[in-house]
Design a protein around this ligand. Structure first.
Ligand code: AMP
Length: 205
């Protein structure tokens, strides 16, 4: 039995065609149901649907053998106990610093609102900019506008969300895309089957 962890939203939408090309399909009735464990066309493969940030956690602990998660999520998790095997090249975007104006930097402590605490801390530490990270779970764009922070660190795709909230994308931290990760123990015990799936997916990228 092989368990694959996916998250709802853009990753699921863009992953399903890749899995289909590799020979793995999930029926619409399964996808549209409220089930969290989905059957596939293959009896020995199940798909679990969880929150994006939980994907590396399930894979790390072996509750899923394979997971597909954004690099942003993997950087925050730290990727302990799992191997990043494949860049799927989907759900591409950039992790960026955005603010109301280009001169957002402070001589004192810079207040940074973000969901990406680890990546943001690392980025500003490297630059030698003292910072206070304010952890938010959403609507980051609001923080500089209402004076909660000097800037934000968030994912940027088209830049429309920033623009709509009067923010400018400024510093590029890292390019993001979805990665296929494998539990390190599963990689040993189910090596042949996992490698075969990776190969089948990679062939169609
Ligand atoms: P945009 O307005 O196109 O720049 O999209 C920015 C919004 O979409 C932000 O709220 C991001 O958190 C989210 N977003 C953009 N790309 C991704 C992605 N690849 N994965 C997850 N969230 C994303």
């Amino acid at each position: 039995m092989l368990t694959i962890a996916l998250s709802k939203g853009r990753i699921l939408e863009q992953t399903l065609p890749l899995l289909k090309k590799a020979g793995l399909e999930i029926a619409d009735e399964e996808l549209n149901s409220r089930k969290l464990i989905l059957d596939t066309n293959l009896e020995d493969i199940k798909v679990i649907i969880i929150r994006a940030t939980d994907v590396p956690v399930f894979v790390q602990h072996g509750a899923a053998d394979i997971g597909i998660a954004g690099k942003d999520v993997l950087l925050e998790h730290g990727a302990n106990g799992l191997f990043e095997m494949l860049d799927l090249g989907i759900a591409k975007c950039k992790l960026m610093v955005a603010a109301k104006s280009p001169d957002y930097q402070q001589t004192g402590v810079l207040k940074v609102a973000t969901k990406y605490v680890k990546s943001a801390k690392q980025y500003f530490e490297k630059k030698g900019q003292p910072c206070e990270i304010i952890k938010l779970y959403g609507a980051m764009e609001l923080a500089p506008v209402v004076g909660l922070s000097h800037c934000i660190v968030d994912l940027v795709d088209t830049g429309n969300t920033l623009k709509a909230n009067g923010l400018i994308p400024l510093d590029h931290i890292v390019d993001i895309s979805s990665r296929l990760v494998v539990n390190s123990a599963s990689f040993k015990t189910k090596n042949t089957v996992i490698k075969a799936w990776i190969k089948a997916i990679e062939k169609n990228l």
